[in-house]
Design a protein around this ligand. Structure first.
Ligand code: ATP
Ligand code: MN
Length: 312
């Protein structure tokens, strides 16, 4: 058994079994995961602050058992931040782990937490998301369909006066984010996202669907807005996914969608640190001031009325 200590800021973290292979196809170890998260922490931690997390852990590697933890384990040290939030559809609270520092992220990685899944709201106002996410899942492996959907979502949001950001998921598709000012609650945000999806479907029925049942999608891309709900999570920027090659959910510049080599799993634990080193975080320059949906909602309602009129 190998043990190491790392000094991260004011903390000394005792690492365990750093040579444990977590990604058997590539030989990537827990030590590799720890160094990855330590390297990207300056860019990643701000995206995680105050968000309740659900931890997706693989103590025996991605081929082994998956542990999905909403509640922070009792043995976590007291300095790991936590957030108690109302249980989804039940009584009482759930105490989640929260990452507020590089040390906390390193600690989680040493716990074989490959993906910390994050709420779309922050613990001080858990019912009011500070971001809206369109989850673009391509039919099958048709990444160009996800890419095109992201561009269409981007264009419609621009028409509505809303800036948006795009990232790969580390899986098959893309996520489009809109940063919000937290004046709307989840129901209002989801209703808005649903309206956006309805306009896109009305504009291109062959390509898009809001149909949740896979059998009814018939090769169309599913515009998933259901993440925008209390207690739901999304994979945060720079999180690693439990798949071969350790792909990373990676913030992009919109113009990177023009690159034909782009895929949902294009960027990995091996390539993201250099990318960040060379070009920085593409989302950094974006205005991180969250927007209100009040005016965009009015414009969206006009578009919805128009599309209804077209159908009639
Ligand atoms: P992909 O591009 O492959 O779809 P994704 O991250 O969007 O990657 P989805 O399956 O579409 O994956 O799920 C969207 C989000 O929902 C995830 O980012 C994750 O945070 C959350 N999620 C998905 N599956 C689970 C699960 N089994 N348990 C908890 N959360 C999940
Ligand atoms: Mn998805």
């Amino acid at each position: 058994m190998t043990t190491d200590q790392v000094r991260v800021g004011r903390r000394t973290i005792q690492l365990s079994r750093t040579d444990k292979v977590l990604f058997p196809d590539d030989g990537l170890t827990k030590g590799d995961l720890v160094s990855y998260y330590e390297t990207v922490a300056p860019q990643m931690v701000p995206y995680l602050k105050r968000r309740p997390l659900s931890l997706e852990r693989f103590p025996d590697g991605i081929g082994g058992q998956r542990v999905f933890q909403q509640t922070v384990p009792r043995y976590f040290p007291g300095w790991i931040e936590t957030a108690s939030v109302k249980r989804v559809g039940g009584a009482g609270n759930v105490k989640h782990a929260v990452v507020g520092s590089t040390a906390a992220l390193v600690y989680l990685a040493n716990q074989a937490c490959i993906t910390p899944h994050a709420w779309l709201s922050r613990a001080d106002r858990p019912k009011n998301p500070d971001q809206l996410i369109f989850d673009l899942d391509p039919p099958g492996d048709d990444f160009p369909a996800a890419r095109r959907a992201a561009l269409d979502v981007h264009q419609l949001l621009t028409e509505l006066g809303l800036p948006s950001l795009v990232k790969t998921t580390g899986g098959k598709g893309l996520h489009v984010h809109v940063l919000l000012d937290r004046t709307a609650d989840f129901d209002q945000v989801r209703e808005f996202a649903k309206g956006v999806a309805q306009v896109l479907v009305a504009r291109d029925r062959k390509r898009y669907t809001t149909e949740q049942r896979i059998a009814k999608r018939e090769g169309r891309l599913y515009l998933d807005i259901m993440r925008n709900a209390y207690g739901q999570t999304a994979v945060p920027p720079y999180a690693v996914r439990a798949r071969s090659k350790a792909p990373v959910a990676t913030p992009l510049d919109w113009n990177e969608l023009d690159d034909r080599r782009l895929r949902g799993d294009r960027f990995t634990i091996r390539t993201v640190p250099r990318r960040l080193d060379q070009d920085g975080d593409p989302w950094h320059a974006a205005s991180h001031r969250g927007r209100s949906l009040t005016r965009p909602r009015r414009q969206l309602n006009e578009l919805l009325t128009e599309t209804e009129a077209l159908k009639a």
